[in-house]
Write a protein that binds this ligand. Structure first.
Ligand SMILES: C[S@@+](CC[C@H](N)C(=O)[O-])C[C@H]1O[C@@H](n2cnc3c(N)ncnc32)[C@H](O)[C@@H]1O
Length: 264
């Protein structure tokens, strides 16, 4: 069986994807940190980062929440190898191969259970949230940060960005999971839920626009295999994103992200 996460995007460690993950961390970490701070977590606890990829989120959790231990878990062993080799890993940061949809940890074994941009890739997010709440237990907190990919725009406008919503929709099991997070946590049995949204706009930098283009390369196989774009349409889209990336005066609005901080 092909794991779900291989069906929409590749996370291979090639040059384009490594740059994509680096840029994503540069864009998303400053947006995620205020959410982590809002959770008001006591330092010294145990922290679990599901779908940690190259470990950028795991290291951010370590620095921001000051736990005694921070475990990054991912399905993909090659990403974990890369994550574990990072020179900035503190001794309390460790990495573990595993499937977020089948957590083998005991009830209440972590104080914080976190994921970012993971549930959007999974076909049954409510059952994953239920498991996150279980391993956090009644005194732990679950923090989730996910996208809602329907709308992205720029000025001057670009047809390529306007097309992106339908491409994400064709790729992910639920590309608009962000708006549903609050409801999903209620369905999963959370009792205390704090939720909000983050909108990021980019002027004077091209990181977001570049990530859009690099993401298209990461998803090229599924985009073509599912008939979302023909070879020619794919080339046109990438070319237009490249043009937009080089447009010095453009303002670009990335799709919004939504977050939840919750407990059982
Ligand atoms: C978009 S990346 C997010 C990486 C990181 N959380 C961040 O925000 O930079 C999604 C990650 O989830 C991992 N993943 C997908 N399905 C998974 C599963 N069932 N169990 C564990 N990891 C999974 C992928 O391998 C990938 O590294």
């Amino acid at each position: 069986m092909v794991p779900w996460h291989n069906l929409d995007m590749a996370y291979t460690l090639d040059e384009k994807n490594t740059e994509r993950q680096f840029l994503l961390a540069r864009i998303l970490n400053p947006l995620t940190r205020p959410v982590l701070e809002r959770a008001n977590v006591r330092p010294g606890g145990r922290c679990l980062d599901l779908g940690c990829g190259q470990g950028n989120t795991t290291r951010m959790l370590w620095e921001t929440l000051r736990p005694s231990e921070c475990v990054g878990m991912d399905f993909d062993p090659t990403l974990l190898e890369h994550a574990a080799a990072h020179p900035d890993n503190a001794p309390g940061v460790t990495f573990l191969q595993g499937d977020a949809t089948k957590l083998s940890f005991a009830d209440a074994s972590f104080d914080i259970v976190f994921c970012r941009y993971l549930l959007v890739h999974l076909p049954n997010p409510i059952s994953v949230i239920r498991e996150m709440l279980r391993v956090a237990g009644p005194n732990g907190k679950v923090i989730v940060y996910e996208p809602d990919c329907a709308v992205q725009m720029s000025y001057p406008p670009s047809w390529a960005l306007e097309k992106m919503g339908s491409i994400w929709d064709g790729l992910f099991p639920d590309s608009t999971i962000g708006r549903k997070l609050y409801s999903h946590f209620q369905s999963a049995g959370a009792s205390r839920i704090d939720a909000g949204a983050v909108q990021h706009s980019e002027t004077g930098s091209s990181d977001v626009r570049r990530v859009y283009r690099l993401s298209m390369y990461a998803a090229e196989g599924p985009i073509k295999a599912r008939g979302l774009l023909s070879d020619g349409q794919f080339e046109d889209l990438v070319q237009e994103l490249e043009r937009l990336e080089q447009e010095p005066h453009a303002a670009c609005f990335k799709f919004p992200d939504m977050w939840v901080i919750a407990s059982l």
